[in-house]
Write a protein that binds this ligand. Structure first.
Ligand code: NDP
Ligand code: OXD
Length: 309
């Protein structure tokens, strides 16, 4: 039996080496060199083209190369009943926590304003509140959002979290469900989006949401570009409702050269690097699932297709 690897951005050579070191007899095939498709029982993918997985009749498991699985569920021909697993990984979680802390601190400490002052040769102290007086809100309190929220709370920030279901998280003010969104937003000066992209969350970062934030709030979107209504962000920045945004993810990636976000002085862009998938760490859980599949044991990190994450 064989594994089919398909990604435009991850290195097949690196992944092949890491996986063969853990599963020496693995038949590792890289799309489009599939060989006999009937021999393929697992697929390790990032944004597979629609219909690719449906063309693998012996498929027993689909492994996402990332924590998100929206890129798999977007396929209208996705084979029904084949389990989909996602990345849950300490290295990835650490990277995301670093990114979120950095951008929250950058805003909190008014780093961009000092950089602008330096460019003007201006020596002027700017006031900023104590961390305990800075209200940060994390949307999505899962593996990544939960870790970021905890790290922010450990630094002393006043942190709230928003999730689908009620969640117990000491030291974090919790909000959940449709009724919890508005009060969560009303108290949030720096908003971090770490939601999965599902039918329920697509377009959630829109005018209505921005209007519920305090004036001059800051957005950090590290989840998915399709959470954001781009024109609503530009309008919220123009009106002063939002003071700025850090964006790591975009509806169209790479972000087109002509996109209005590029030259915007209040937008910071990074190229979807907040938490990369490092095969040296993540190959272990893929290998574990290959072994479990061979032994007929339950897979780890399986997502709920009904919830979409
Ligand atoms: P998890 O599945 O562990 O957590 C998802 C969280 O979102 C849960 O708390 C869940 O609530 C909450 N949630 C889901 N749907 C809703 C909803 N409708 N309303 C409110 N809350 C909701 O995901 P991860 O933390 O592992 O990852 C989050 C996302 O981060 C990924 O899906 C991916 O899109 C993005 N990501 C981005 C990366 C980057 O480099 N920019 C890297 C890795 C991931 P509940 O707890 O009730 O289930
Ligand atoms: C992921 C990502 O989902 O990198 O892992 O976006």
């Amino acid at each position: 039996m064989a594994l089919l690897f398909r990604s435009d951005i991850d290195s097949p050579a690196w992944w092949g080496d890491e996986l063969r070191a853990l599963v020496p007899d693995l038949d590792f095939r890289v799309w489009p060199d599939t060989g006999a498709v009937a021999e393929i029982d697992t697929a390790l993918v990032w944004r597979p083209e629609p219909g690719l997985l449906a063309g693998l009749p012996g498929l027993k498991a689909i492994f996402s190369l990332g924590a998100g699985v929206d890129h798999i569920f977007a396929d209208p021909d996705l084979p029904v009943g084949v389990p989909v697993t996602r990345v849950v990984d300490a290295d990835m979680t650490g990277r995301m926590t670093e990114y979120v802390l950095f951008h929250v601190l950058r805003r909190h400490l008014r780093h961009d304003e000092y950089r602008d002052q330096q460019a003007r040769g201006e020596w002027r102290e700017l006031a900023h509140p104590a961390a305990a007086e800075r209200r940060v809100g994390v949307m999505g309190l899962g593996v990544l959002g939960g870790a970021a929220a905890r790290a922010l709370a450990d630094l002393g920030f006043d942190v709230a979290g928003y999730s689908r279901r009620a969640r117990d998280m000491p030291g974090i003010d919790r909000f959940h469900g449709a009724d919890g969104l508005e009060p969560f937003l009303n108290r949030t000066e720096i908003l971090v989006c770490l939601l999965p992209l599902t039918a329920a969350t697509a377009g959630i970062l829109d005018e209505r949401l921005f209007d519920a934030l305090p004036d001059g709030a800051w957005l950090i979107n590290v989840a998915r570009g399709n959470h954001l209504v781009e024109d609503d962000l530009l309008a919220a920045l123009a009106s002063g409702r939002l003071a700025g945004a850090t964006l790591d993810v975009f509806a169209d990636e790479p972000l087109p050269a002509s996109h209005p976000f590029w030259p915007h002085p209040a937008i910071t862009i990074t190229p979807h690097i907040a938490a990369i998938s490092d095969p040296r760490s993540i190959a272990k859980q893929v290998a574990e699932n290959i072994t479990r599949l061979r032994d007929g044991r339950a897979l780890i990190n399986v997502v709920d297709p009904g919830a979409g994450y």
